[in-house]
Every structure is written in structure tokens, then in C-alpha cells.
Design a protein around this ligand. Structure first.
Ligand code: HEC
Ligand code: HEC
Ligand code: HEC
Ligand code: HEC
Length: 200
């Protein structure tokens, strides 16, 4: 009796194969949805308004950026937060998004930076992280817009072109010499940045 019952509940072989391919199809379908959702959230979290949803509350980053040539200039080309802080290339972008989420979300929920005073207190440490990151990747994000090969030294101020030609020879990258191009520099930046840029 028992044996017959299980037998009745088991569908014939060809039907089983049908279920299998149905499952496979569903799997692929869900995969595509998740993949799309993943890329969608990648894009959603790569906008200035997303960054500002946390960082504007601290009252600093955006106001300061607006004062610089990276926000408002003769030619109207504007750099937004992700332009300088998030890699363009997909793999690098995903890695950074995930590590940023792991650190920034809990720090946000714990209220680590929820006032301008707290922001100032942590500012040097945060700036140092960014300097190290940019130093390590050869100021990759700057080069998305500023291609040193396309810099026409003859059109630059003599002191710029002199330093830029030297820089190439010395293997220096943009961030070694151009700190504070979008934000006010934190107190003690000189000592700290020496450390940040000297350690390879
Ligand atoms: C959920 C809130 C939140 C959002 C959204 C957010 N941040 Fe942050 N961010 C933080 C907090 C909190 C820290 C401090 C992390 C720490 O030091 O523990 C931080 C730190 C930073 C730092 C300092 C360097 C570092 O790695 O700690 C940079 C640069 C930064 N954020 C840029 C951005 C950019 C660009 C975006 C948009 C793509 C963004 N943030 C979106 C909360 C946020
Ligand atoms: C989204 C494009 C973009 C990115 C990314 C970018 N810049 Fe710029 N940068 C510009 C534009 C546009 C100007 C202004 C050009 C002009 O004078 O009209 C500028 C100007 C400058 C200047 C001249 C400043 C001055 O006061 O005249 C320096 C130095 C500079 N950028 C360094 C950097 C560094 C370092 C990085 C990386 C941390 C960077 N930029 C990232 C677009 C960008
Ligand atoms: C060795 C130091 C050094 C390095 C490395 C360096 N710069 Fe400069 N740069 C200077 C100096 C000095 C000036 C002159 C203006 C100033 O005092 O800020 C300058 C000026 C500029 C200007 C303004 C040019 C003009 O004459 O209007 C831009 C844009 C710029 N740098 C971008 C970059 C970018 C992008 C990189 C990385 C590819 C870079 N620099 C690397 C030292 C450096
Ligand atoms: C032109 C490139 C550029 C743009 C645009 C830019 N940043 Fe930055 N950011 C930097 C650099 C370089 C540092 C490292 C500290 C320094 O040199 O000022 C930095 C540092 C920071 C820090 C660490 C604390 C500090 O003040 O040093 C935070 C947080 C931050 N940026 C958030 C933002 C947000 C939010 C935006 C958009 C509103 C933004 N950044 C736009 C280049 C940029």
C-alpha cells in the first residue's frame, strides 16, 4: 500500500524533465531580475543626491564644493561627488560600493558624523583615507577628466607646466600636489598628508 502511494505521487519521467527545465528557466529569470536590480541600485547609489542624503546633513561637503572651480567654471563642466570618489570601471566600482556600504552605513546609523562638529573631528582621518586611496590608484578618478597626455603644457601657466613635467619624471600623481581641490583642508593636513603620500 505504502509503496503504491509514493509511486502515484511521482510524476512520469518526461514530466519530471519538464519541471526541471521550468525550474532552470525560473532560475535564469530571477537571476536576470536580481542582476538588473543590482545594477539599478548601483546606479541609484552613484548620484550626487544619494551622497548628499547623508553628507549634506553634516553641512560641509556640498557648500565647500560649490565654492571651487570643480563646481562652477567658465566651461560649465562640473565634477560631482561620484566623479572623484567612485571608480568608473565596473569591477572597481562594485568593490568600492560594497566596502563603502559596510563602513558608511553602520557609521551613519550610529550617528558618527551627524553634526558638523563630529564631521570636523573625523575629517582628517577621512581625508587621509581618500588620499591613500587616490595615491594607491594613481589618482585614477582625476584622470577620467584630466588626461595628463592631453594637457597642453604650452597653454598652462609656466609654474604649472614646470611642475607637471617634473611630476611625470618623479612618478608623482595628481593628489600628491593637489589636495583640497574640492573641500576645505582639515587642520593638521600638512603633517598627515606627508605621511599619507610618502608611504607607498
Ligand atoms: C548612509 C549615509 C551615507 C551615504 C549615502 C554616503 N555616505 Fe559617505 N560617509 C558616511 C559616513 C557615516 C562616513 C564615515 C565613515 C567612517 O569613517 O566610519 C562616510 C565617509 C565618506 C568619505 C571619507 C572617506 C572614507 O572612506 O571614510 C567619503 C570620501 C565619502 N563618504 C564619500 C561619499 C560619496 C561620494 C557618497 C555617494 C556615492 C557617499 N559618501 C554616500 C555616510 C554616507
Ligand atoms: C568630472 C571631471 C573632473 C574630475 C573627475 C576632476 N576634475 Fe579637476 N577640473 C575639472 C574642470 C572642468 C576644471 C576647470 C577647468 C576650467 O578652468 O574651466 C578642473 C580644474 C582643476 C584644477 C585647476 C584648479 C584651479 O583652481 O584652477 C586642478 C588642480 C584640478 N582640477 C585637479 C583635479 C584633481 C586632483 C582631481 C582628482 C581628485 C580632479 N581635478 C578631478 C574637471 C574634473
Ligand atoms: C609635482 C606636483 C604636481 C603634480 C604631481 C601635478 N600637479 Fe598640477 N599643478 C602643480 C602646480 C604647482 C600647479 C600651479 C598652480 C598651483 O599652484 O596650484 C599646477 C596646476 C594644475 C592645473 C591648472 C593649470 C593651469 O595652468 O591653469 C591643473 C588643471 C592641474 N595642475 C591638474 C593636474 C592633474 C590632473 C594632475 C595629475 C595627472 C596634476 N596636476 C599633477 C603641481 C602638480
Ligand atoms: C574634484 C574632485 C572631488 C569632488 C567633486 C568631490 N570630492 Fe570629496 N574629496 C576629494 C579629495 C581629493 C578628498 C581628500 C581630501 C582633500 O584633499 O580635500 C576628498 C575628501 C572627501 C571627504 C573626507 C572629508 C574631507 O572633507 O576631507 C568626504 C566626506 C567627501 N570628500 C565627500 C564628498 C561629497 C559628498 C562630494 C559631493 C558633494 C564630494 N566629496 C565631491 C575630491 C572630490
Amino acid at each position: 500500500m505504502k509503496h503504491e502511494k509514493t509511486h502515484q505521487n511521482t510524476p512520469p519521467a518526461h514530466q519530471q524533465a519538464g519541471f526541471l527545465s521550468m525550474k532552470l528557466l525560473m532560475g535564469v529569470f530571477i537571476g536576470i531580475l536580481l542582476w538588473g536590480g543590482f545594477n539599478w541600485s548601483l546606479e541609484m547609489t552613484n548620484t550626487e543626491s544619494y551622497c548628499l542624503s547623508c553628507h549634506e546633513m553634516q553641512g560641509i561637503s556640498f557648500d565647500e564644493l560649490q565654492e571651487t572651480v570643480h563646481y562652477s567654471n567658465r566651461t560649465g563642466v562640473r565634477a560631482s561627488c561620484p566623479d572623484c570618489h567612485v571608480p568608473k570601471e565596473w569591477t572597481h566600482k562594485v568593490v568600492q560600493k560594497i566596502s563603502a556600504a559596510i563602513r558608511e552605513l553602520p557609521a551613519h546609523w550610529s550617528g558618527k558624523l551627524d553634526t558638523p562638529e563630529k564631521f570636523e573631528e573625523h575629517r582628517l582621518a577621512m581625508a587621509t583615507l581618500e588620499w591613500n586611496r587616490m595615491k594607491a590608484n594613481g589618482s585614477r578618478e582625476c584622470k577620467n577628466c584630466h588626461d595628463s597626455k592631453s594637457m597642453d603644457y604650452t597653454k598652462q601657466e609656466p609654474r604649472s607646466s614646470a611642475r607637471h613635467e617634473e611630476a611625470e619624471a618623479e612618478g608623482k600623481t595628481c593628489i600628491d600636489c593637489h589636495k583640497g581641490i574640492a573641500h576645505h583642508l582639515p587642520k593638521g593636513w600638512k603633517e598627515a598628508s606627508k605621511e599619507a603620500t610618502d608611504k607607498k
